[in-house]
Design a protein around this ligand. Structure first.
Ligand SMILES: Cc1cc2nc3c(=O)[nH]c(=O)nc-3n(C[C@H](O)[C@H](O)[C@H](O)COP(=O)(O)OP(=O)(O)OC[C@H]3O[C@@H](n4cnc5c(N)ncnc54)[C@H](O)[C@@H]3O)c2cc1C
Ligand code: SF4
Length: 472
């Protein structure tokens, strides 16, 4: 890692210079929630939530670098994960410390279909509330956009079963935790916090620094995640269907229909178009750019400098069972990594009572189910870091797992992905300025073609078939 040319003495200035100005702020909001913090979170022109200095502040009173997972001044996931529980006797460098690994889903069909994957996150949150084990859930729910806040999803505290269920789904959207964390500080109770990996790491770091959060946060529920998208991602999907960015009212990813596999879901959008209110269900793979995930449109650069896919510091992590024996079931199946004894007991009892279906999983299958995400994150981060070093730029420290034998073909893929991620922001901003979506597509098309050209012919043929044959 190359250090900054000048390293400010004050914690806040250092965080702003290295992490925020460097492009590595994931916008989690934890630094802004720290007591006496001089930081706040704003939505920038690229549709990303980012930390920035408050207009009037009381100076550098707290060490915000100690709670930012990108600062290089806080313990990493291996250290934090190692201190979670003495029951976590297993360790794998992709999975972190753990107790048990499962595949599973909730048994009630309507609940499973309404969720992003197998529905176990919503089931667990509702069960914890019903059993009186928590008073509230900190997670992401839809909200109405306003003139001062154009976002359609945000972190909220749910205190009823109905509120919890309204948050079901995977929200590929900028969200931040500063106000919900302040609400926890002000309101006694026991809470479960749901978050993607670096968000959970930041919460763990906050729990170390401010004991009140350690007392009140009973469970950290991790969402296995290889992405963090700016608002432009959702807006670009809506705009290609005639709903301009300022008119988007609702977006729901991962909507399921029996005519596709679990991997090939739909996106629901609602908003105002030239022809009045429009609602549409779009097949994900028919979006502009088709295989959208691999292409990395509107990706936060911070997410590209993270090496924790599995939410290694969570008490329990949930993801998708991307394995042939599960993906053909369109209703969705979770993978589960358990790191908390009480939660393990709860899951096993529910499986015996036939409320959920659970199957033991081995390490090899768990890793295989996340193969491409892990490769992009681990091997990819090393390639991206090498580039930063060559350019003489600082980057957040990464844990050292990989051997350095990256094949040149994969290096090209990573470089093309970075180019697409970087160029997608100015291209979309230009389209907004000119009020014309085709400005964006015209700029991006050659880059997408360049990316696909890196792929072998057999792969391109398979992708074409997958787009046109529903059950593949
Ligand atoms: C940004 C993102 C990237 C992902 N990448 C991967 C991946 O690479 N591999 C993989 O296997 N799975 C990935 N997932 C996870 C997967 O899509 C499911 O969210 C997970 O399996 C849980 O499914 P479920 O049906 O049990 O959850 P549900 O029952 O649908 O409940 C999901 C819960 O998570 C909360 N939630 C949703 N999005 C967010 C968010 N962004 N931040 C905080 N809370 C949120 C919701 O409010 C809800 O309470 C990703 C999810 C997200 C949000
Ligand atoms: S990543 Fe989170 S903790 Fe770090 S600067 Fe950004 S908002 Fe603050």
């Amino acid at each position: 890692m190359t250090s900054s040319p000048s390293t400010p003495h004050h914690h806040t200035d250092r965080l702003l210079q290295n992490v925020v100005a460097g492009g590595y702020c994931i916008g989690c909001g934890v630094c802004a929630a720290r007591e006496n913090s001089s930081l706040r979170i704003v939505l920038d022109n690229d549709g990303k939530l980012q930390a920035c200095a408050k207009k009037i502040h009381s100076g550098d009173t707290v060490n915000v670098c100690a709670i930012c997972p990108f600062s290089g001044e806080s313990p990493d996931e291996t250290v934090l994960g190692g201190n979670l529980s003495s029951y976590n006797t297993e360790y794998n460098h992709y999975i972190g410390y753990y107790q048990n690994l499962y595949a599973g889903h909730v048994e009630r069909n309507s609940e499973r279909i309404n969720s992003a994957s197998g529905g176990l996150v919503t089931w667990l949150l509702v069960t914890l509330l019903q059993k009186g084990m928590i008073d509230g859930v900190v997670h992401v729910r839809p909200c109405k956009p306003t003139a001062s806040n154009p976002l359609v999803l945000q972190y909220r505290i749910s205190r009823t079963e109905e509120e919890i269920r309204s948050g079901a789904g995977s929200h590929y959207y900028p969200i931040e935790m500063s106000s919900v964390l302040k609400e926890i500080r002000e309101n006694e109770g026991r809470y479960a916090v749901v978050g993607i990996p670096k968000f959970i790491t930041a919460v763990r770091l906050l729990m170390k620094e401010e004991p009140i959060f350690k007392q009140r946060i009973a469970y950290c529920i991790g969402i296995i995640a290889g992405h963090m998208k700016s608002k432009h991602f959702a807006d670009s999907i809506a705009w290609q269907k005639g709903i301009p960015p300022e008119s988007v009212e609702e977006i729901r990813f991962r909507k399921k229909k029996p005519d596709r596999t679990a991997r090939n879901s739909y996106v629901y959008i609602k908003g105002n178009s030239d022809n009045g209110v429009k609602e549409e269900l779009i097949y994900s793979k028919n979006q502009f750019g088709r295989n959208n995930w691999g292409l990395k449109f509107f990706e936060y650069e911070a997410a590209e400098f993270s090496d924790d896919l599995m939410a290694e510091t969570a008490d329990i992590s949930f993801g998708d069972a991307w394995l042939p024996r599960y993906v053909h079931n369109w209703r969705g199946t979770n993978i589960v990594i358990v790191r908390h004894h009480t939660l393990n007991t709860l899951l096993r009892k529910a499986a015996r009572d036939k409320k959920i279906w659970l199957e033991d999983m081995n390490t090899k299958d768990m890793i295989e189910s996340q193969r491409s995400g892990l490769r992009h994150m681990r091997e990819g981060s090393a390639i991206r870091a090498e580039q930063k070093q060559q350019d003489g730029l600082w980057h957040p420290p990464l844990r050292m797992f990989h051997n350095n034998s990256t094949n040149p073909y994969f290096k090209n893929i990573i470089q093309e992905r970075t180019r697409i991620a970087t160029e997608s922001f100015p291209a979309f901003n230009k389209a907004i300025q000119e009020k014309d979506f085709t400005v964006y597509t015209t700029i991006m098309k050659p880059l997408i073609r360049g990316y696909y050209r890196q792929r072998p012919l057999w792969y391109r043929a398979l992708s074409w078939i997958q787009r046109h044959v529903p059950y593949l």
